[in-house]
Design a protein around this ligand. Structure first.
Ligand code: UD1
Ligand code: CA
Length: 460
């Protein structure tokens, strides 16, 4: 019989005090819900049922964005408790023809595929298998009550627990495997006569004991539920540390893990170096021997072998082998720096190609431009690409030398090996090998300083 997961993601997350549903808050580049779905992806289940309620449309979209096979979304219009959420999945037929149900809370981003698999592996032959953990501080969690022989008896919520039960350090993680028939029967019988007036899923455990209930223990660092923003920050930090450990063990140097932020989908190659203050987001990839940072943010960017990026912001760009970026450079989407090219200090580049070995060393704006090989763009050059209505292209040929403070009014082409004089406003194409100068003749006024001094002294 098949296995289906039920992800509980309908709650508002009152303790977040947020307009955004709790499971949509991000931690280290993924929403809480997405982390849970990625752990489930590793199990390759036939069906993944996500129960949505608060901000149902947005949560549904986020669930769909994960692209899991067999996704089913169920609405729990009124959030009457975790047991009620599972009851809604049963009533909707989402668990029809399923043998085992794996329940997973939507607010536990640290869960791993391994921990979930352990519950399923231990489950056969029983009515319920709980994933529990021993926590130094169990505050806030449901406690696992065992009988004198050590067998699971029931789960009691903290707010309903006696002082003695609160001293129990074994907690319910809200991950369980259930026999589908028994689960369906028990969620149909739940009462809400408890401290929170809710249908607790935890209450299905006690009546299943005669049919066999056991627990599997998970390490404390995979089970934490996120109920408020302090717990969110703690979970994000732990997930970040987990990602950095993985990268370091695979051969990337991370000089200071406490100030380095790397998203879950980032790839780095061996001998890449991440200096303090590095933020790598989205689908960023860093090649061998590349050095990133200090203090740089790269989003959806590819950096090839041996390139360097320091004190810069780079979004949607591709940086070729041995290229150098920074300090204080802004590369925007569609920028491609070819091998050994340079984007230097206070340079912004958008949707442009900088050819092999070409340099934009200082204080320039380059947009909608194609630069050939080994060209040099003088300081303070601006491609004037926008006339207030449309964007226009600039083409700069191989080995061209654009003089400092040139305005290249697009559409315009500077030919191969052509020059522009410093301070020129170039509005017409410059042929290959030519010099274009657009500038008034310089006027010399001899003796000016002397006359000026005399005039000023005459006034006193
Ligand atoms: C729950 C467990 C508790 C366990 C803890 C582990 C119950 C009654 N308690 O408590 O034993 O130690 O998780 O983290 O189950 N949800 C719905 N519909 C609802 C209510 C909640 O989908 O009507 C979802 C929430 O969005 C959330 C998850 O279920 O993702 C857990 O709900 P939450 O209110 O956070 O439960 P806890 O108080 O943490
Ligand atoms: Ca919770």
């Amino acid at each position: 019989m098949s296995v289906a997961a039920v992800v509980l993601a309908a709650g508002k997350g009152t303790r977040f005090r947020s307009d955004l549903a709790k499971v949509l808050h991000p931690a280290t580049g993924r929403t809480l819900l997405r982390w849970v779905l990625e752990a489930l992806r590793e199990l390759d289940l036939d069906r993944v049922v996500v129960v949505v309620g608060h901000q149902a449309d947005d949560v549904r979209r986020e669930a769909e964005a994960a692209g899991l096979d067999g996704l089913v979304v169920v609405e729990q219009a009124e959030q009457r408790g975790t047991g009620h959420a599972v009851r809604r999945a049963v009533e909707d037929g989402a668990l029809d023809r399923v043998g085992t149900v794996l329940v997973v809370p939507g607010d536990s981003p640290m869960l791993t595929g391994d921990a979930l698999r352990a519950v399923l592996d231990a489950h056969p032959g029983r009515a319920a298998t709980l994933l529990t953990a021993h926590l130094d501080d169990p505050t806030g969690y449901g406690r696992v009550v065992r009988d004198p022989q050590g067998l699971v008896e029931r789960v009691v919520e903290e707010r309903d627990a006696t002082a003695e039960q609160r001293r129990i350090t074994e907690v319910n993680t809200s991950v369980y495997a259930f026999d589908r028939e028994r689960l369906a029967a028990e969620v149909g019988r739940l009462a809400s006569d408890n401290a929170q007036g809710e249908e607790y899923l935890t209450d299905v455990v006690a009546p299943m004991v005669p049919a066999g209930v056991a627990a599997v223990s998970a390490p404390a660092d995979v089970v934490a539920g996120v109920n408020d923003r302090a717990e969110l920050a703690a979970a994000a930090a732990a997930l970040r540390a987990r990602i950095l450990d993985r990268l370091m063990l695979a051969g990337t140097t991370v000089v200071d893990p406490t100030t380095t932020y790397v998203g879950a989908d980032v790839v780095t190659e061996p001998d890449a170096v991440l200096l303090p203050g590095t933020h790598l987001e989205g689908t960023t990839r860093i090649g061998r021997d590349a050095v990133i940072g200090p203090d740089s943010r790269l989003v959806d960017t590819t950096v090839e072998a041996g390139a360097t990026v320091q004190y810069s912001v780079v979004v949607g760009a591709s940086i070729g082998p041995g290229a150098t970026v920074g300090p204080f450079t802004y590369l925007r989407p569609g920028t491609r720096l070819e091998a050994r090219s340079k984007a230097g200090a206070f340079v912004e580049i958008k949707k442009s190609v900088v050819g092999e070995g070409s340099k934009v060393p200082h204080l320039s704006y380059i947009g909608d431009t194609t630069i050939g090989r080994d060209a040099n763009i003088g300081a303070a050059t601006v491609t004037v690409n926008y006339d207030g209505f449309d964007k226009h292209a600039t083409v700069i040929g191989d080995r061209a030398r654009v003089g400092s403070d040139t305005m290249l009014v697009a559409p315009v082409t500077v030919g191969a090996e052509a020059y522009t004089g410093a301070g020129s406003v170039i509005t017409r194409d410059v042929p290959d090998g030519a010099l274009a100068v657009e500038r008034n003749d310089q006027r010399i006024v001899p003796g000016y300083a002397q006359r000026r001094r005399e005039r000023s002294e005459g006034r006193h």
